[in-house]
Design a binder for this molecule. Structure first.
Ligand SMILES: CCNC(=O)c1c(-c2ccccc2)csc1NC(=O)CNCCc1c[nH]c2ccccc12
Length: 332
């Protein structure tokens, strides 16, 4: 078994997120556009349990709890509640239902129906749910923790692997169970993943800012499709933006902005001897005013790891190798 699904950048805002059409339900299938998120492990959706004012503009999951075995089933007593570090949150109840992504189906997937969603989810009307692809140890369902869609399907796949091939301003692809050798043009460099924090966490061997020399130093990072930007230690971020005249940390935003007339420098990361290049044009996130633009590289703050978000991932072909607990990067 394999699967392949399109990853559509949110059309209106600078590739802020990538949405995948997910089909939920057997008796009454619904296609719901969801954000496949390697930074979390809950599959949750706007639903008929979400208050109307919070669900305005969204496709909502309507579980068909008929009597046949193929119907949705409420999991009695199961609840979930998640808070993300951008202070957004959601919570609710849990059904079991058929969930198909790119032709690959899981018959009894925990589908977390939202009863409450925070305002930033309500306003993001292109996104009607999150599909967690980090490790199941982070799933918030209680009293019985639930498995991610990938954990449920991996034994049925040709290989316990999936890949992300996101694109800048264009549709990309998530493939499940196989590696498309036509999708990249260098060897894939793999490095071990630590699951201790439940993320796709790995060590990278250093970085290069623009045309400066490569800095060799082991650093921790997570690969996070659910985070838009590239988050790095504040000292590295300061050095990076120092290369762009007039770029500065804007206190009111808590973020670096730079003159839109400038093109930010490239960012290169190392994995062993592999060098992954993120073109400067990928690090221009979007305008905050007529002349100032929001940088694609920002500080990771107090986080103990960097966050390789979409602005970096879209420049690479990324292999999430669950079977061997490793992550692979290749140029494309
Ligand atoms: C939201 C930015 N991402 C993070 O802060 C983050 C961190 C993190 C923690 C501390 C400091 C910096 C980053 C660890 S895991 C992680 N990643 C996630 O939490 C991934 N899931 C984000 C889901 C999410 C939250 N708000 C949204 C709005 C639109 C689309 C997706 C979302």
């Amino acid at each position: 078994l394999t699967g392949s699904a399109v990853a559509n950048p949110n059309p209106s805002n600078f590739d802020r997120e990538y949405l995948v059409p997910v089909i939920i339900g057997a008796v009454t299938p619904q296609t719901i556009n969801m954000d496949l998120d390697t930074g979390s492990s809950d599959l949750w959706v706007f639903s008929n349990s979400t208050p109307g004012a919070q669900a305005t503009g969204h496709v909502v999951y309507q579980p068909n709890t008929c009597n046949a075995s193929t119907c949705a089933k409420l999991l009695p007593g199961e609840t979930w509640s998640i808070q993300y570090s951008d202070m957004s949150s959601s919570s609710g109840i849990v059904y079991s239902d058929l969930v198909t992504i790119g032709g690959a189906a899981v018959s009894s997937q925990a589908v977390e129906a939202a009863q409450i969603v925070s305002s930033s989810f309500t306003t993001d009307t292109a996104n009607s749910g999150l599909l967690g692809m980090a490790f199941s140890s982070l799933n918030t369902c209680r009293p019985q923790q639930q498995l991610t869609w990938f954990d449920n399907i991996k034994a049925s796949l040709a290989a316990e692997v999936w890949t992300a091939n996101l694109q800048k301003g264009a549709a990309g692809t998530y493939n499940f169970g196989y590696i498309d050798s036509t999708a990249y043009n260098s060897n894939i460099t793999y490095t071990p993943v630590s699951t201790l924090r439940g993320f796709w966490e790995f060590t990278f061997s250093g970085y290069q800012l623009g045309s400066s020399s490569f800095v060799t130093t082991d650093m921790a990072a997570i690969a996070d499709t659910g985070t838009t930007l590239l988050l790095l230690p504040s000292a590295v971020v300061e050095s990076y933006w120092a290369q762009v005249p007039s770029a500065h940390l804007e206190p009111s935003l808590g973020a670096y902005i730079y003159p839109c007339s400038a093109t930010p420098p490239n960012f290169t990361f190392g994995i062993g001897s592999y060098r992954g290049v993120v073109p400067g044009s990928y690090l221009a996130y979007g305008p905050v005013s007529s002349q100032w633009c929001y940088g694609g590289i920002q500080s990771q703050g107090s986080s103990p790891f960097s966050v390789f978000g979409d602005v970096l991932l879209k420049a690479q072909f990324v292999v999430f190798d669950v079977g061997n607990l490793r992550i692979g990067y290749a140029a494309k």
